[in-house]
Design a protein around this ligand. Structure first.
Ligand SMILES: [Zn+2]
Length: 135
């Protein structure tokens, strides 16, 4: 489990159903992007909330990131910003093998956020003219 992002639940665990705002900037490795010769510009950002639902914790909000790379069709430079919805339940004890967990009063959402980014990005990066053709 990657601890690049930490949510301290100490207060939340005493206040069920209260939504606490949470914002963080974090790095996403360019190696993880599905596009050749692409990279994440600057840092990714998460802006959202976490809430204790006793015993699970929900983290939800939006992940913002900008990717620069080459158009899949013509090779032109492309810089595109993405807003990805994130809504993940973290369990105290796993019910399914893939469940994300938190332990004690710490929750590490990085792996789940990275996974959501990978699942949400379009399969290819396209410049504006080729994007219009696809629509
Ligand atoms: Zn193109």
């Amino acid at each position: 489990m990657s601890k690049r992002i930490t949510i301290n639940l100490t207060t939340a665990l005493t206040q069920r159903d209260v939504e606490f705002p949470f914002e963080v900037e974090f790095d996403i490795s360019s190696d993880l992007l599905p596009y050749p010769q692409s990279k994440v510009v600057g840092k990714a950002k998460f802006s959202g909330w976490y809430v204790y639902l006793d015993p699970e914790v929900d983290v939800f909000g939006t992940i913002y990131l900008t990717i620069s790379g080459l158009c899949d069709k013509c090779g032109e430079d492309v810089v595109e910003s993405f807003e990805i919805n994130f809504d993940q339940t973290f369990y105290k004890q796993a019910e399914e093998p893939d469940d994300y967990l938190y332990s004690c009063s710490r929750l590490y959402p990085y792996d789940a956020m990275q996974e959501e980014v990978m699942l949400s990005l379009p399969t290819s990066l396209l410049c504006n003219s080729h994007k219009d053709l696809d629509d």
